[in-house]
Ligand binder design. Structure first.
Ligand code: MRU
Length: 335
């Protein structure tokens, strides 16, 4: 399994999650540098706030659950260097810096809120490791709840990367695929390349191919034709924030896929942990949408560019939301 985001203790041991018998010693956040994939699989080891904030901003670590885990472990790594007398206020300042890195994935704020109130470094490390461990469990539960959607011989379309690279373990949208594959089912995943930063072709295709799952990369503008050709039986995507009514924000282009799926009579599913559900927002119009650097789009010099990183799929277009608790069907109601 890819260890996208992990904790390294002072002895250099990589912890997969909270292990009660391992002393909680000063350590570092370790992440895969996803900007270097698929060319090379390299890791970054960080314990400085500027380095961790920059890594989240430039998408070295990305995907809603992985951002939450990295922020929690990163906060713990930085907080080791705080003066004990100033601990709680210092942690709060560091958390504010991390919270300013990206606005849409609610897992970031959810994880930081859990860590902010910790009184000392051991408590903070334990909480951060608990967040990672819960994320690992969540991925496995989503896989178990979603795998029966994937029938033998199916064609599945996904967008962006909601796999192992976006979480602490198997992923959200890709987790049912990993479980179905482990059970011996064969199917084909169509991975949208996902302009402008190509999380689909660089990351999803890379991790599925590595796992031995049949994957085909398509350009974003091919989805309608591929659906019309009857190649797609199911769409599964992840989410960065789900509002109380089930409206779901995900990588730009997801909404268009949901409209296309409706037109072609293809069920459209979202897979996400409950830590991605923000019941404080009544509907998706309230979800903050990140605007990214126009340079990412690669337009001619001087041409104005609009570059929203996410869009919101209205709940009416969503056939089911798979969380670690089960498969939620409309009308969506979350606690
Ligand atoms: O900008 P990114 O790469 O962080 O966007 C990620 C997505 O849109 C994912 O689909 C979402 O975070 C779910 S990850 C399990």
């Amino acid at each position: 399994m890819l260890e996208t985001v992990r904790w390294i203790n002072a002895e250099g041991k990589v912890l997969a999650g909270y292990e009660a018998d391992v002393p909680l010693l000063p350590g570092k956040l370790r992440i895969i540098d996803q900007t270097r994939l698929p060319q090379e699989l390299v890791y970054l080891e960080l314990d400085d706030i500027d380095g961790i904030v920059a890594a989240i901003k430039r998408l070295s670590v990305r995907g809603a659950p992985a951002i939450g885990c990295a922020a929690a472990l990163g906060l713990a790594a930085c907080a080791q260097h705080l003066d004990g007398a100033d601990f709680v206020a210092g942690v709060s300042r560091l958390a504010d810096q991390l919270a300013a890195s990206r606005p849409t994935a609610v897992n970031l704020f959810w994880a930081l809120d859990r860590c902010r109130t910790k009184k000392n470094i051991d408590e903070l490390i334990q909480e951060a490791l608990a967040i990672l461990e819960e994320d690992i469990q969540m991925c496995q539960a989503i896989g178990a709840h979603g795998e029966s959607l994937i029938k033998e011989g199916a064609g599945i379309l996904t967008h962006c990367n909601a796999g192992a690279l976006a979480t602490g373990d198997f992923g959200t949208a890709l987790s049912p695929m990993y479980v179905a594959h482990a059970k011996g089912r064969t199917f084909t995943v169509y991975s949208d390349e996902t302009r402008p930063l190509l999380q689909g072709s660089r990351l999803t295709a890379w991790e599925l191919q590595r796992a031995g799952i049949d994957v085909v990369t398509i350009c974003d503008n091919m989805a309608a034709q591929v659906m019309k050709e009857g190649k797609i039986d199911l769409v599964i995507v992840g989410s960065d924030r789900i509002a109380a009514n089930g409206d779901a924000a995900n990588k730009i282009g997801t909404y268009g896929l949901a409209v296309l799926a409706k037109h072609h009579g293809i069920p459209f599913h979202v897979a996400a942990p409950t830590s991605t559900i923000d019941t404080s927002l009544a509907d998706g119009s309230l979800i903050p949408i990140e605007q990214r650097d126009p340079a990412e789009v690669g337009a001619a010099k001087g041409v104005r560019v609009y570059n929203p990183a996410f869009d919101v799929t209205p709940h009416e277009l969503i056939a089911g939301i798979i969380t670690e608790q089960g498969l939620h069907r409309p009308p969506f109601k979350f606690n």
